[in-house]
Design a protein around this ligand. Structure first.
Ligand code: SOE
Length: 393
């Protein structure tokens, strides 16, 4: 990067859990990756006092409460949307119209229609040289990126089975309070969108195949919850002692489907898997080999080489901490593990590099829209007694 290149001003909208994770990544990306310089300009949030406190703590120059004023600023070039899902479309479309590069948290939107509008706005902005991504951060875990490379190198071959699950347990307590994540009009869906979107993205990204048809189901185990304070930056919130409110999203979801290459797919997501805190697993079984990944051990991927017919064959643990593994060389000496937050840094490094080089950014809005269509198909199937539905091409 030339010394004289002006730095890119960043504004993050949302200061809670995701705002914190993104702030951490913006703070560190330039220290570890050779990307264009950025400046942490503004942290935006509805609660002025909380936004100001978070801005100070996470290294932002300023805080603000009105994102509309921020997207008009000449010194802000990237708008990073960590607000609840229902706000993604409005902010992203306005920011693209104002000439900004845009990042939105996953899922891309709360409906296929909104995702389509965002994709259309991006198509026009892209012609003006702007970039936009949906932050499916798990693509950027080094072990996942290595798995992708093994698949591309033909080590797995034609896929027979893909099983993916994302299990959490933070809603098992009936006193866990209501929050935006449990309201359909704010989040779009529950575990399906929040966790299922990661799985659908990872499966389609890793396999480079689409999901052609599926049957699915949704379940809400606890249909009313007390109101309380859910704005403290945790997912769960605290103090659920207010009046009861109806939960309007799913607690758990599942789908069985078919991949475009003919393989079979199983997906399962839940916020009610007691004891599972944040366990995402993906297993791919092919004609030549198999791969297993578990987010709880994110520095490793397990590989079974079906071409090795010796007596020592078996699943082999690959510790993805060598400097020639994806992203790893930018961190610590070989063998030093990294954590959950690093994937966000990697994603932003990729995004900044695409902006600098003028190459397409990913995960793209088009890919986010595809994920949204699959989520909608699961909802459609669930509403029709789990009948098999065709996913729109
Ligand atoms: C909450 O369920 C959550 O934080 C998701 O929103 C994230 O995308 C996932 O990475 C961890 O769990």
């Amino acid at each position: 990067m030339a010394e004289s290149t002006p730095s890119l001003g960043v504004a993050v909208i949302g200061y809670a859990f995701m705002g914190k994770a993104h702030s951490h990544a913006w703070r560190n990306v330039g220290a570890f990756f050779d990307t264009p310089a950025i400046e942490q300009k503004v942290l935006v949030g509805r609660d002025g006092a909380r936004a100001a406190a978070a801005a100070k703590r996470y290294g932002w120059q300023e805080s603000a409460t009105d994102w509309r004023k921020i997207i008009e600023r000449d010194d802000v070039h990237i708008i990073d949307v960590c607000a609840p899902g229902v706000m993604h479309a409005e902010i992203a479309i306005a920011a693209l119209a104002a000439g900004k590069h845009v990042i939105v948290e996953k899922p891309m939107a709360t409906s296929v229609e909104d995702a389509e509008r965002m994709q259309e706005a991006f198509a026009a902005a892209s012609a003006r040289g702007q970039h936009a991504i949906v932050n499916f951060n798990y693509r950027r875990v080094p072990a996942v990126a290595l798995a992708k490379k093994l698949i591309e190198d033909g080590r797995i071959g034609e896929l027979r089975h893909v099983r993916a699950s994302y299990l959490q347990d933070w809603l098992t307590d009936p006193n866990t309070p209501m929050s935006w994540r449990l309201r359909k009009d704010e989040a779009g869906s529950g575990a399906l969108g929040d966790l299922g979107s990661h799985l659908v993205d990872l499966v389609t990204h890793l396999t480079a195949e689409s999901i052609t048809d599926l049957s699915g189901g949704l379940r809400t185990f606890i249909t009313e919850r007390p109101t309380g304070d859910s704005g403290d930056g945790s997912i769960k919130g605290s103090g659920g002692s207010g009046p009861l409110e109806t939960v309007t999203v799913d607690d758990s979801a599942w789908a069985h489907g078919t991949l475009s290459g003919g393989g079979l797919l199983q997906l399962e997501v839940s916020r009610f898997a007691l004891g599972r805190k944040n366990e995402m697993t993906i297993a791919l079984y092919g004609e030549r080999g198999s791969l297993l990944f578990n987010l709880e051990n994110l520095n490793e991927v397990w590989f079974f080489d079906g071409q090795n017919d010796s007596q020592e064959q078996g699943f082999r643990r690959i510790l993805v901490t060598e400097s020639d593994h994806p992203y790893v060389g930018k961190w610590w000496p070989d063998g030093h593990i990294i954590g959950w937050e690093h994937a966000f840094v990697h994603q932003f490094a990729e995004f900044l590099t695409s902006i600098a080089d003028g190459t397409p950014s990913s995960p793209s809005f088009a890919e986010g829209l595809r994920v949204q269509q699959v989520l909608q198909s699961i909802e459609d199937s669930a509403a029709a007694d789990s009948r098999t539905v065709t996913v729109p091409a």
